[in-house]
Design a protein around this ligand. Structure first.
Ligand code: LLP
Length: 436
């Protein structure tokens, strides 16, 4: 997929760059991103909105993969940006991303983060709860500063996805519940606040979604409240943010739609509902994360030790694992992989790919068909671009791999490999007298 192919040397090539060369230059493990594919996805969403004739914003959900270069790419593509923490905001700032196109999410924004967002002038707060309303009202009042706001709602729609990544159902930690009047209460609190410009509402029903029915239902549920909101609060949403969650293909059985297919159904529903309600069509915002970066990312590992259990299984271990990709351990996520250095050789057995962490659950792929592997082979695991580096950790004090962007035959290092020095930077000796 994307620009990946097997080249004449029989090796996996991405963005016109031989992955074995990448390994020579940067070592393993290493994350490699196909820039052309990320561009194609971003533009795919934008074009679909253009074709539908709607006003829109496509905000890249930076939680999927954030680093300065990625945020700069999002800017170049004309995407907006969804951030959920001070750290993601500071990454956007460091990248020089225009703050008026930043949308600030989070179910427990701290006062410090709210202050930072106000200092930086973020374009929109997606307000999640009553505690945040109070903080935001007092802070904007104190500063005499105006902010734009969307209300995050839980419309009571369940996306068919893993329980941990499904968010739109009623019983969720996120947002104001639509059914029980929490959204009404929030509108009532904000609508007359001179420092708050209430743009509209937001809903995110989950992640890794392969159908449009959940989006359609969520939009219908929200619209069913619009007439009443107009009457009771003179509040007419001018922005409807339907979140992200568009799925990608990780392995067999995953059947995602094209960006345009998701957008078309969303756009049609919004148009129909607006017409029925006799209101202007609101601006539609979406927040794709995974579908921009997920299948553009490939992790390259070096194979090391092996263990055969006769008649049961053959294990081979790689030089990374749950520290650079926690998704198999956390969500039992399935991945596919291949030997990057001998990509055209026929597979002759199955091998289970173990990570190097001291934990039995640190298995990346079970029973992967491969040619006879040996130590030193390069294993490429595909579709690791979202929530891979983003959720990387230092368990077992393993350092985080570097990130390389490839495009048009060129490789560019965009995140350096973490060093032991980086790892130890904040450690202090026993009985240090140092304070904060
Ligand atoms: N907007 C909101 C409000 C979200 O909560 C999320 C993801 C997104 C947008 C982007 O969703 P995407 O397009 O990437 O599916 N760590 C999990 C995924 C957690 C998703 C959290 N929210 C995983 O690795 O599958």
């Amino acid at each position: 997929h994307g620009t990946s192919k097997i080249n004449e040397a029989g090796r996996l090539e991405i963005g016109g760059v031989d992955t074995v060369e990448i390994v020579k230059d940067y070592g393993t493990p290493v994350y490699v991103y196909d820039v052309a594919l990320m561009k194609e996805r971003g533009k795919g969403y934008q074009k679909a909105f253009e074709d539908a004739g709607l006003s829109y914003q496509v905000a890249y959900a930076s939680k999927a993969f954030s680093c300065v270069a990625m945020i700069q790419l999002a800017d170049e593509l004309g995407l907006s940006l969804d951030v959920v923490s001070g750290g993601e905001m500071m990454t956007a700032k460091q990248a020089g991303f225009p703050m008026d196109r930043v949308h600030f999410h989070g179910n427990n924004k701290s006062l410090e983060e709210i202050a930072l967002a106000l200092d930086l002038g973020v374009g929109c707060f997606v307000v999640d709860n009553f505690h945040e309303i109070k903080l935001l009202q007092s802070e904007t009042e104190k500063r005499k500063q105006k902010v734009k706001v969307l209300l995050r709602t839980t419309p009571g729609v369940e996306a068919h996805t893993h329980e941990y990544i499904s968010t739109g159902q009623e019983d969720s930690k996120f947002g104001f519940d639509l059914q029980s009047g929490q959204v009404d209460k929030a509108i009532n609190m904000l609508i007359d606040d001179s420092h708050i410009q209430l743009l509209g509402v937001h809903s995110h029903i989950g992640s890794q979604i392969f159908e449009t029915s959940g989006f359609v239902m969520a939009i219908e549920k929200l619209f069913s409240e619009f007439a009443r909101w107009k009457k009771e609060y003179s509040f007419e949403p001018t922005v409807l943010n339907v979140g992200g969650g568009f799925g990608i293909r990780y392995a067999e059985g995953d059947e995602p739609l094209e960006p345009a297919e998701y957008v078309n159904d969303i756009a049609d529903t919004v148009k129909k509902q607006s017409e029925a309600a006799g209101m202007d069509v609101p601006e539609v915002w979406i927040e794709p994360g995974r579908s921009i970066t997920g299948d553009a990312g490939t992790t390259l590992y070096t194979i090391g030790s092996a263990k055969d259990i006769d008649g049961v299984r053959r294990y081979v271990a790689v030089d990374g694992g749950m520290t650079d990709n926690i998704r198999p351990a956390l969500y039992q996520s399935k991945y596919e992989g291949m030997l990057a250095n001998r990509a055209n050789e026929p597979t002759n057995d199955t091998f289970s790919i173990a990570g190097k962490c001291c934990e039995s659950g640190d298995m990346l792929i079970w029973d992967l068909p491969l040619p006879e592997v040996k130590a030193g082979d390069i294993l490429a695991v595909s579709c690791t671009g979202a929530y891979g580096y983003a959720m990387a950790n230092n368990y077992n004090r393993i350092t985080k791999p570097p990130v390389v962007f490839v495009e048009d035959g060129e490789a560019n290092l965009v995140v350096k490999r973490e060093s032991f020095e980086d790892l130890l930077r904040n450690d202090l000796p026993l009985r240090s007298k140092e304070r904060i």
